[in-house]
Ligand binder design. Structure first.
Ligand code: 7TS
Length: 392
């Protein structure tokens, strides 16, 4: 058996169908879609076909889709566009559990003089929309709240958020990088102003993303230059990757309901068995409102990094719930915001599945995980009684 890849919220394998579709555009069909000649110009039509497919995945209109270089660029663009559209307003609202693509951009805005409110979440990782209601005021330009959390999979109440924001002249952006292609999203039913998605989370390559901008929403480009994307995002198009994103969107839309059933069954089997087999284990995040492919599990009194290293020896790829940069043991900002106890934050592991995972792979993880946990707990200098918490 080759590596068991359970880190699909970090990135996914390019689907073979997607790779096949994009390859000609990396070799023979290398033209520039803006060229006058047919060799390049014909690619323009292929880009528009891809745009229609991406739009269809979220029930948008093709002209509402702008291709970008990644989820991060879409997030930055959306928030910047919103504050530039409403120049007299200087207040931005987001949550404490966003991806750094939003959090760090908001910190950047704070350094430029914007007031930023970071909404808390409860111990299930869920947002209380009453808190949002209390925080909005006349000065609020934009609210940016993720559709689903990348570490826990918790799905946010976008419908309720929209109810609160309705007719207040506040723009709403949602970072749906982890939600698109995993759960149904319909922007006609959920009228967000802007929505971010990323190719490499849905079996397209890295380095391509999209921003949905609702028709009629004021928009200011972030990348300025040529006329590409109708002047909304300059730069010669990443043709092959855009075509790949179109194909990946088509596949995701086609298989969505079966994949939800398949992945949630596999995920639940993994989760339920680990909860049964290992003592002192907890699931982080609202189990009733979660992405079907994600589970974040804390194994108390062990270091997540130690678990990952042992899993790696078995060729099992997962990730630490903490968004550690290598070498740093900074615990996850998401789990901390949820008030997960210190002993559990450090032992958290995120397993994120994809359509390519099999029952046999999950069985293998179920087999080795209790052994790893037992072994690490025996080795650990932190006996359960000896656990030391740092001063707050
Ligand atoms: N937003 C969310 C919610 C994400 O999960 C990620 C990547 C991004 C934005 C950035 O997208 P990109 O296209 O610019 O890469 N998330 C993760 C993760 O959870 N582990 O590694 C990358």
């Amino acid at each position: 058996m080759s590596a068991i890849y359970l880190d699909n919220n970090a990135t996914t394998r390019i689907a073979p169908e997607v790779l096949e579709e994009m390859m000609p555009y990396l070799s023979d069909m290398y033209g520039n879609p803006s060229s006058m000649h047919t060799f390049g110009g014909q690619l323009h039509r292929r880009i528009e076909e891809a745009r229609a497919k991406v739009a269809s995945l979220i029930n948008a209109e093709p002209e509402e889709i702008i291709f970008t270089s990644c989820g991060t660029e879409s997030d930055n663009t959306a928030i910047m566009s919103a504050v530039e559209s409403l120049p007299r307003k200087k207040h931005v609202i987001t949550t404490r559990v966003e991806h750094p693509a939003v959090l760090n951009f908001c910190q950047h805005l704070a350094r430029k003089g914007y007031r930023v409110t970071y909404l808390p979440v409860n111990n299930q990782g869920q947002l209380d929309t009453n808190v949002l209601l209390k925080e909005i005021d006349e000065d609020t330009a934009v609210v940016s709240i993720m559709f689903a959390n990348n570490e826990t999979g918790v799905i946010f109440p976008v419908k309720e958020i929209l109810e609160i924001l309705k007719e207040r002249g506040i723009l709403f952006h949602t970072d749906a990088v982890q939600a698109v292609g995993k759960i149904p999203i319909d922007v006609k039913n959920l009228p967000v102003d802007m929505l971010t998605l990323s190719g490499h989370k849905i079996h397209a390559p890295k380095g391509v993303g999209a921003l949905y901008v609702r028709k009629g929403t004021r928009f200011n480009p972030y990348i300025i230059g040529g006329h590409q994307e109708k002047g909304r995002r300059a730069g010669t198009e990443n043709v092959a990757s855009i075509i790949a994103l179109g194909r990946a969107s088509e596949l995701a839309a086609r298989n969505l309901s079966e994949e939800i059933k398949y992945l949630s069954a596999l995920r639940d089997r993994l989760e339920d068995t680990l909860l049964k087999c290992c003592p002192d284990v907890r699931v982080n995040g609202d189990r009733n409102s979660r992405l079907p492919n994600t589970t974040n599990i804390s194994f108390e009194y062990v270091e997540g990094e130690a678990i990952l290293l042992r899993l790696n020896e078995y060729e099992i790829c997962a990730s630490s719930g903490s968004a550690c940069t290598s070498g740093s043991l900074e615990p996850s900002h998401v789990l901390r915001a949820m008030g997960v106890p210190y002993t559990a934050v450090h032992g958290s592991i995120r397993f994120s599945l994809s359509r390519y995972n099999t029952e046999a792979e999950i069985d293998r993880v179920i087999e080795v995980m209790p052994l790893i946990i037992r072994e690490l707990r025996l080795l650990s200098p932190y006996g359960r009684e000896k656990i030391v918490c740092p001063p707050e």
